[in-house]
Structure formats: structure tokens, C-alpha cells
Design a protein around this ligand. Sequence first.
Ligand code: SF4
Length: 495
Amino acid sequence: MSDEVKREVEHTLWTGDYYNEGTGRDDIFDTLKEECGVFGVFGHPEAASLSYYGLHALQHRGEESAGMCVSDGVNFNYHREMGLVKEVFDRDKLLSLQGNRSIGHVRYSTSGDSRIQNAQPLIFKYRDGDLAVATNGNIVNAPKIRRELEQNGSIFQTTSDTEVIAHLIARSSKDFVEAAKDALRQLVGGFAFLIMTNDKLIVASDPNGLRPISLGRLGDAYLFSSETCAFEVIGAQTVRDILPGEMLVLDKDGMREDRYTEAGRKALCAMEYIYFARPDSDLNGANLHSARKRMGQMLAQESFVNADVVTGVPDSSISAAIGYAEQTGIPYELGLIKNKYTGRTFIQPSQELREQGVKMKLSAVRRVVEGKRVVMIDDSIVRGTTSRRIVNLLREAGATEVHVRITSPPFKNPCFYGIDTPDRAELIASSKTIEEICKEINADSLVFLSNEGLIEAVGGENKGDYKGGLCMACFDNEYPTETHFDGEEKFGCSC
Ligand code: SF4
């Protein structure tokens, strides 16, 4: 590390805002950012402990803050803080959160927006009592609704979209369930909501099912989670995914299946399969590890290249690399290793520090790649800078050729439904050809998985539907909802 870099580290250690490097791929990498994760329990005396383990399993979806609100059917007990689940909750805090139902949240946010007021669940007092809301996703028309509410006297406490639904419910003169239906019908975007009052819990998915949320059972208790891996952790059974436009209502009489609107075209986020969700989760009846393996196999069919080893960029591309290797007969090797213990850092990512940062988090295994022609599998290329650094890591370790294979089509368009993406102009595939990107990332060859190959590989219950039941807007610019309101566009994540 040069003296200049050291000085910058020392300076930012003491004066800079921290950014959360966490355990996932993060600001040092120019990859996409996870959105948020929600976890709910209804009807279990240890709701807080179950939520703790559930949220811990969803940690990769948001490392900025964590929180849960627990109710005994009368009182609300809640705790929210900036930090990882294991930092936010200890034994005493969990013991203080008594009740048999809860909603919990892990949040990712952009750095300018990372403040405790936005940590969820958001809690409100309203006409009929207490209201807690946790969500994953993005409401595209939230700024418009917010402006209208403010013009009519509403005072917002946070910058989070989630508060919009609380205001819509609170202003309604109907009972809670009907008010929630009316409110949900006004929202456009991709979202999964958990909404709790003193005596009810509502679970709702957007009309296109863009953001995942599943139902599980543990004995008599009902569980809800952004990913099914959280059910496995606590020994619960996965029952099914919540359907587009569906609303489940839970109260003392059990669970009632309802809907607040007709389903639109099924459009589950394709990036959940490619990158976000954990490989031990299932979506739409398809296991993520198996789907990623098939992506690697499809990629091999579409883009075979003579090579000596196949390696995957950890962690999300390992399954696909195994699939590519199986299909081609080229041996799979751990050519890249991720350092899982970098933890949090206070280093601000200047250009030179970014280069150092990649080496802090990833190492090329010299004895595996030296003198070898390497196929490097990765899940996506956003700006191109990360891919170039990883290709260079392999070259510095002695790889004679590096052939990059990407398990998604070129990422050209921003996401409006909860994934934090850079502006279109910063997405390398929006302005450069594949040959130009190949040159920019210093690879010997570069191939992206085709749209058809992706749909085929994902499989699952919706395989025969339009686009396999997937949203692929960031690849093909075909958004499943309206995206502009009052001439504004609002992409990214603003849970
Ligand atoms: S635009 Fe892309 S990232 Fe956003 S929901 Fe659709 S597939 Fe997912």
C-alpha cells in the first residue's frame, strides 16, 4: 500500500462516514446491491427467537440495519438498530421482545439514506391502535403519492417508501383489512409487505410477484420469508410462494387467503435466480443452486471454449461454474477464493483503495491457474470495473488466457423494483458492444447467457409462461409496470 493510500485510510478511519463492507459483495465491487429481506411469524410463543434466526439467514439481503416488532396480540415491543442482525440483537433484547407474532426486516440502503429513522419495521400509532410495516422492494409511484398526501396534511417521519402505505391506511375510514386493500391497490412497483396491527397480520405481494415472499409452517405457526432458506434454518416446512396480487390475513381465527387485486403477468425478478437469493433457497418450485448449475450448462452449450480449468467468482457463481464444468468436461477448480473475514471497514473506496479492496476480498490461487487457460464464470457485469480487476487477478497469478462467461444477459437498464442499480449511463452494456466490453475487462473472450438460455435454465413452475414468469427488464427494457409518474422515474431500492 502506498504512503498516499495509507494516509487516506488513516484519514477516513477517523473522519469518514463508514460504509458497510459486510460479508457480501459490496461497494468495493461495482456489483448490484441486495435489496431487503422480511421475515414474519404468526402463532409461535418464541416469535422473537425464530425471527432472529430467520433474519440471520436473510442477512445477505441487507446489512445496513435490522429490526423486529413483536406483539402478544395487545402490545407492541420492538427494536431496530443500524448493523448486522447479530450486532443488533443479543439475548437480553430478544428476551424483552415477548409475543407470539412478529415482523422483522434487514435493510440495505444507499449510503446517503442510511439512518436509523428508516430502519424497519416502521412503527406508527393510528386511529385503531398500533401499526408496524416491513417491506422489500420499491414503490415506483411513491413520490407522487407522498406529494399528494403531504399536500393534504400528512407529515412524514422518514424518507422510506414504506411510510406511504401507513399513511394511506391511516387516512382510510374503512376497517383495517379493507383500508390495506385500498392502499395496496394504489401502489405501483415491486414489493412484498408484512403489515401488523395489534390483532392482525397482513402479507401481500405486488401484482406481478416481482419480489419473492414465501409461506412456511412450523407446527401450528405460520411463517413468511423473502427466501425459503430461512425456513430451513429453523426447521420449518416451505408451503408455497405468495402469489402476485395475493393478500393473506392472519388473526385469532387463523389464516385467510384473499387478494387485493387481480394478478398481472407473473414477473419474478430474474436477478434473484442469477445473483441475489441464496443457493439453498427455492423460488417458484426451483432450487437456486440447481437453477444456477443449469445456467452454467446452458452457457457451456452456447459458448464452449477450449480451456484447462473452469472457476467461478465466489459465492454466487460457484454453482454455475460447476454446471459449466460438468457440461464441458473441463475440470472445475477453486481458482478464486473469497476472504470471508474482511468484516466491516471504515475505508472509503478511492480508486487505488478499490484495487486494494478487491485483493482484500478475493485471491487468485496461483497453483491452480498458473500456466492455464481459465474460464471464469461470473453472474453479471455492471460497470465493468470489477470484472477487469478479477481478470487481472487471474492474469497476475499466471493464467495464460482468461475467457469470461456471464450467467445473465447484458445488464443494460436500471431496476425500478428494489435493486439498487447505477444510472443507465454507468451500465457498461448500455453503451458498449460485447467486443468493446471484452477489451475493457481485459478478457480473451466474453459471452453472456442468452435470454432464452436464462429462461430455460431457471425452469420452475412458470417455465411455460411469458418470459418464463420472469422480469427481465434490466436486460430487455420491457418493464412489467408503468415506470414514470408525473414525468419522474424512480429506480433502485427505497424500502
Ligand atoms: S429490472 Fe432486473 S433487477 Fe429489477 S426486478 Fe426486473 S429482473 Fe430484477
